[in-house]
Ligand binder design. Sequence first.
Ligand code: AVJ
Length: 335
Amino acid sequence: MLNQAQAEQFQIEYLQPVEKREDAKSSWGQDIKEGLSQSPKTIPPKYFYDDQGSQLFEQICELPEYYPTRTEASILRKYAEEIVERTGICELVELGSGSSTKTRLLLDAYHQQNEVFKYMPIDVSAGILKESAIQLKQDYNSLEIKGLVGTYEQALTQLKPSAWPARMIFFLGSSIGNFSEAGYDNFLNKIAQVLENGDYFLLGIDLQKPKSTLEPAYNDSKGITAAFNLNMLTHLNNKFGGNFDVNNFKHQAIYNEERKQIEMYLLSEREQKISLEKLDLKVKLNKGEKILTEMSRKFNIEETRDKLESKKLKTIKVFTDENKWFALMLCQFSK
Ligand code: AVJ
């Protein structure tokens, strides 16, 4: 719980569920029903991130095998100043902010140049959003923070025009890799819709590389990724009155070299019947049947640049590390 003094220092707003406005398919719960009646069965990755899942993800980011976080952080550390020089004063909007750890590298750079600026972190986990807002307020007292609790979709359809000279939306950690090809396209359309001429988009992408580096990053020796994957079932149990027994499932992550993506599954180790009471849903799983919980696509700089360009997002600079494992694309929207 927040005390009065803490609560006054920043705003947190809960975004409206999209289904109240238009699109019932994208609502929480409905997508579970659809995903579990498909073949193969799927559960969307946003269900990883209850408070426990967000914490497990933070632990993943510190694993020696999980290179993306530290590689992206090293790029940010090296080039944050240049990013600030290029964008000038900005309203910063972060999609899927989590604990905002890496973001601090950017905030530091903006903080050094401009006294006051605004940061809008957006995340589905209210817990992690509040915790990190408290920490950020302590470290950057002139920072105006407005956190939004909701999905990317909700945020991008409900974001109001910025009062600042420019806005930069940033989407780090290669979370864009979670989208299907169609979802990716759709997402970039929405980004282009909320940006105004001259606004910026900073995108972190994990680059294509050998299986021998990729697979260990999703099969760590401490089993944290396995716990993260299995926690999704606990989340569904809590949220929708489910009876998944995590002991009956096994974590699996493989690199699909043809499709250039990591695929994460929960493998049913026996035949079992699951019910999710609040969704009025019953599902039968066969022994050996797999539920796809995440795709993590790996990118190529040139293809990504072309894709962004097709959405009027012009790449003004690509920042990368010496191994070319990860890249940050800084784009500017121009009609
Ligand atoms: C947050 C989607 C970028 O795909 O690497 C990490 C999530 N899943 N380990 C990723 C994740 C398993 C992560 N993203």
